[in-house]
Write a protein that binds this ligand. Structure first.
Ligand SMILES: [Zn+2]
Ligand SMILES: [Zn+2]
Length: 161
């Protein structure tokens, strides 16, 4: 993906941005300049970025960007349900299907950094029940699983055979 999104957004990226902007508005999170800039970077990158990496990419565009500002923007985008935080890698990624609020599973490849979102109702139900049984009221139900994706596994698998 080209990094020149903010200056020459592709049509697809522009449409994606408009769709996300509409969702944010619907959910009471107006897209400020900073929030829009963060979304643009995540769209352009197409993978998870840490707050620091985001700041590094925003600074050349806007010298006033601060870590606190980036975190506030991310917080609002997470509240709008268009961005997820990966607790295990402390990085942020665009939601793959932000139209429907969900509490699913994130499969994170430690080889290439790819993140796949899954929504297995059985897993969600099981974690909910587990919380209840242990007397927890859960406010973070996303399950993160880390490993190697099919593509990253392929060379090792071929080697083993
Ligand atoms: Zn999602
Ligand atoms: Zn991978």
């Amino acid at each position: 993906m080209p990094k020149a999104l903010k200056t020459h957004p592709t049509r697809a990226a522009q449409q994606a941005l408009e769709r996300l902007e509409a969702l944010c508005l619907e959910r009471g999170q107006r897209l400020t300049r900073q929030r829009r800039a963060v979304l643009c970077q995540l769209l352009a990158e197409g993978r998870a970025l840490s707050a620091y990496e985001l700041l590094e990419r925003l600074r050349p565009e806007d010298g006033r960007s601060t870590p606190a500002g980036v975190y506030r923007a991310l917080e609002s985008l997470m509240q709008a349900g268009v961005v997820h935080r990966l607790e295990s890698t402390r990085a942020f990624i665009l939601c793959e299907h932000p139209e429907a609020p969900h509490t699913g599973q994130l499969l994170i490849c430690r080889g290439c950094g790819q993140v796949v979102e899954a929504e297995d109702a059985r897993v969600s139900a099981a974690t909910g029940r587990l919380g209840e049984r242990l007397g927890f009221s859960l406010d973070q139900r996303v399950v993160e699983l880390t490993g190697l994706c099919g593509r990253c596994r392929a060379p090792h698998a071929a080697h083993a055979q």
